[in-house]
Design a binder for this molecule. Structure first.
Ligand code: ADP
Ligand code: MG
Length: 821
């Protein structure tokens, strides 16, 4: 197996009384055949025409009996087939040279029977000699004529008409012909009946075809016949799931004569074309197969080579018999036949056994073995005094029990986990993994709830924190004498400072107001941070550096000394930390909580914008490509024009006559220009969309920042009494003026503010717009702050100065085009 083997090529010479002794000479080794051609006298004394050829083959068969031919040519191939090797035997040669005689033989004379009946006989004889094997034999008989497939056994009463025309199908197992009848044959006699049936049909078909053919003189030159003997061998012992298959293809090719044979004398050296086209494709395939450098073999060019794909080369034992005439008159065809034979000799195949597995049988065998092993185990257990151990796969409750054992073991309430069997050990490890990953997740989400975690590698965020003054240049928390590395944990306003929790154990101490006051809080060591964020490396969720920068600039507000916060309504608003968090940190909180909706819309708009930008750049690229092509086409057209002008122009009734090439170029140019226009229009539309989206993104950013400002001030700076007024049902709609402004109002201002509240607001809701307009003059106003939550839920969102029709997602003025896709 695995070694390459050359194709065996034999020559059989048809016996004749008129043998050309001076021209054809056999070597003593029975392997060489020399051809000598007399000089073509008409060409004169001096010509370089070759006159001598020598061909070396595997055997030259002259005056050989059918017996001997079978012995030398076919016997090995057939016996190898019974061992699982595919085999192909092919007869090649000009019409009348003895292909059919060699392959089928004279059916009326037993002694003269050919390879085909002898092969069938050998197969059945060998089956008889192997009583331990269950071998089945299947026979098919196919003819290819003019690229059509004919089933020569379709006339058998039990075959029935083929509904679909036959097709050649390739699958991993090889090539087979769909629609070709396959006949299970259990004895020699049945096989012979099939052979005779097929032969009869072949002769009938051959007469019909020749009658209809314009080349009726060539006696049925366009045929190929093959018998497919598929044998499957299988051992009779039930436990054997392995079996082998093989097939033998016996091929009687069409006549190989070439065109122009009748005027042949001067054409001896020329390679004339085959009358049968499929033979020239066969020759091309053979040449390709013989060339080691070629990796593509043109098998699919015609039905013949396609059907024989895995029988030519491949993994089969292959034999070629070249049938030739011995007469001088046929020397030209004889030469080309011998050339074909030497080409075939270059082809190598890699015979291999077709081994297969019977999956069903294999499963049955494995089940049996499994049952046996279980019994064996049970015996071992009872000998070792072990109570009944279950070796079956575990069910859910058993797995849950193991999970609880693992948990208890980790908590320390279970001393050890008893080992029962391998399956249980594996499940214990499994559950360790499950519990571990659950705990990891719990820790991480606990951290996320409590802290804003900054990636140690995110230098931008770190420098932001440094700027904010929470850590010094070395990454130490401000006020911390011996912190190692940086890390930051700021309790958001929603967390009760100093609240004891389990995670506190992991973090030496959290940054709480009390701890800060005592100056005893230590920063999270980098190690601690790694534990919490090793996988996810929690980073600020926003990539909008511009916003971050803006916040940095705004940072000073967070240094403002916080106001007392003895809120009477603890349950509504959690107590605020005595130290406000840094703005960048608080911003992250804001984006996850109150600002999540606007942040989401901001991001959505940004991604729409990016998508449009990407599309615009793609369109630009396409436009450039089209432009280039237009230029090239124009140049070609100009060339054509100048050529036409040079060669003289034709006119017909005042119309210029141009040639096809120029016409096609004009059409192409027209088409390109059209494409250019469409793409350009698209680009213009896209640019407009981009501009619009950019506007929306800017608005969103502004909105996000303003909302954040309000929230930040409200959460950390606005005095409680003012907040009361800002609450739902309170007298002021928050957002009517930035709270920073409110906070920074002097006492006089605050008085005036209260007065305004008292005078304006009782006038009813209408006064709000009036009030708004007034304040707008000096302050940036964000409307609808109070109503924001309500409006946020369903997109669209209204922005200052927008009407519903202009709102962003889903309801853009362009409807479909700005929708998030
Ligand atoms: P092909 O199939 O190549 O066209 P055939 O096998 O039909 O040629 O042979 C043409 C004729 O020559 C047939 O009548 C056949 O019996 C005869 N013939 C060919 N080869 C031999 C041979 N080796 N011995 C005796 N007769 C032969
Ligand atoms: Mg024939």
């Amino acid at each position: 197996m695995g070694s390459r083997k050359k194709v065996h090529a034999f020559v059989r010479v048809r016996p004749t009384d008129d043998f050309a002794h001076e021209m054809i000479k056999y070597g003593d080794d029975n392997k060489t055949i020399d051809i000598h051609l007399k000089k073509d006298t008409r060409r004169g004394a001096v010509n370089n025409q070759q006159t001598d050829w020598s061909f070396k083959l595997d055997r030259v068969l002259h005056d050989a009996s059918q017996d001997l031919v079978y012995e030398i040519v076919a016997k090995d191939v057939v016996s190898q087939a019974l061992n699982g090797f595919n085999g192909t035997i092919m007869c090649y040669g000009q019409t009348g040279a003895g292909k059919t005689y060699t392959m089928t033989g004279a059916t009326e004379n037993y002694k003269h029977r050919g390879i085909l009946p002898r092969a069938l006989q050998q197969v059945f004889k060998m089956i008889e000699e192997r009583p331990t094997h269950a071998i089945t034999v299947r026979v098919s008989y196919l003819e290819i004529y003019n690229e059509s497939l004919f089933d020569l056994l379709s006339t058998l009463p039990y075959v029935g008409p083929s509904v679909t025309p036959m097709t050649i199908v390739e699958n991993p197992q090889g090539v087979f012909i769909k629609g070709l009848s396959v006949h299970l044959t259990s004895q020699e006699e049945d096989a012979f009946s099939l052979l005779f049936e097929g032969e009869t049909n072949r002769i009938i078909a051959s007469h019909t075809m020749n009658k209809n053919s314009s080349r009726s003189h060539s006696s049925h030159c366009d045929n190929l016949t093959s018998v497919l003997g598929v044998s499957q061998a299988r051992s009779r012992t039930l436990s054997d799931e392995k079996y082998i298959t093989s097939k033998i293809n016996l091929v009687d090719l069409a006549g190989s004569e070439r065109l122009g044979k009748s005027r042949s004398e001067g054409r001896v050296l020329k390679e004339a074309t085959y009358i049968n086209k499929s033979l020239s494709f066969l020759e091309q395939a053979i040449i390709a197969l013989g060339d080691q450098k070629r990796d593509h073999i043109p098998f699919r060019q015609c039905k013949l080579t396609h059907a024989l794909k895995d029988s030519l080369g491949g993994n089969c034992n292959m034999v070629l018999v070249t049938n030739i005439y011995g007469e001088a008159a046929q020397l030209e065809e004889t030469l080309s036949s011998l050339r074909f034979a030497s080409r075939m000799k270059l082809v190598t195949t890699e015979p291999a056994i077709n081994e297969k597995y019977d999956a069903e049988r294999m499963v049955k065998n494995l089940e049996k073995e499994l049952a046996l092993l279980k019994q064996e185990l049970a015996i071992h257990d009872s000998l070792a005094n072990r109570t009944l151990v279950n070796y079956d796969p575990m069910d859910e409750s058993q797995i849950a029990e193991i999970n609880s054992q693992v948990r208890r073991y980790l908590e320390g309430t279970l001393e050890e986990i008893d080992i029962i069997n391998l399956r249980q050990i594996q499940e214990v490890f499994n559950q360790f993994r499950v519990v571990l990953s659950q705990q990891e997740q719990e820790v991480e989400s606990a951290l996320r709830r409590k802290y804003t975690l900054i990636d140690k590698n995110d230098y931008a965020a770190i420098s932001a924190v440094q700027k904010a003054g929470l850590v010094d240049a070395d990454g130490h928390l401000v006020g911390e004498p011996d912190g190692q590395g940086f890390g930051l944990g700021v309790a958001p306003f929603s967390t009760k400072p100093g609240k004891k929790s389990k995670s506190k154990k992991m973090f030496k101490e959290q940054l709480s107001s009390s701890a800060r006051k005592e100056g005893a809080s230590s920063p999270l060591s980098s190690k601690d941070l790694d534990v919490s964020a090793s996988k996810t490396q929690l980073t600020p969720s926003s990539k909008d550096g511009d916003i971050k920068d803006m916040l940095m600039r705004d940072r000073e507000t967070s240094n403002t000394e916080p106001l007392a916060s003895d809120s009477p309504k603890e349950e509504l608003r959690p107590p605020r930390p005595s130290t406000p968090p840094a703005k960048p940190v608080a911003f992250e909180d804001f984006k996850n909580e109150r600002g999540s909706e606007i942040n989401r819309i901001f991001k959505e708009n940004k991604s729409i914008l990016n998508e449009r930008r990407k599309r615009a750049s793609e369109t630009t690229q396409r436009i450039n490509a089209i432009k280039q092509e237009i230029d090239v086409t124009k140049e070609a057209l100009n060339l054509q024009k100048s050529l036409r002008e040079k060669q003289g122009e034709y006119e017909n009734k005042g119309l210029m006559i141009i040639d096809e090439e120029e016409f096609l170029l004009i059409l192409k140019l027209k088409d390109l220009k059209k494409q250019y226009r469409t793409e350009y229009q698209d680009l213009r539309d896209l640019r407009a969309e981009i501009q619009y989206c950019q506007h929306l993104v800017d608005q969103c950013r502004h909105r996000l920042l303003t909302e954040f400002d309000i929230w930040y001030n409200e959460s950390f700076f606005v005095p409680e009494d003012l907040q009361m007024a800002l609450r739902p049902g309170g007298s002021i709609r928050p957002g009517m003026m930035p709270l920073s402004k409110i906070v920074s109002l002097g006492e006089d201002d605050q008085d005036r503010f209260s007065q305004l509240q008292q005078t304006m607001l009782p006038e009813g809701p209408d006064s709000v717009s009036f009030y708004n307009a007034k304040v707008k003059m000096e302050q940036k106003i964000v409307k609808n702050h109070r109503g924001m939550e309500k409006e946020m839920q369903p997109t669209p969102v209204l922005f200052p100065g927008e009407s519903l029709g202009q709102s962003l997602v889903g309801c853009s003025p362009w409807g479909r085009r700005v929708r998030h896709e």
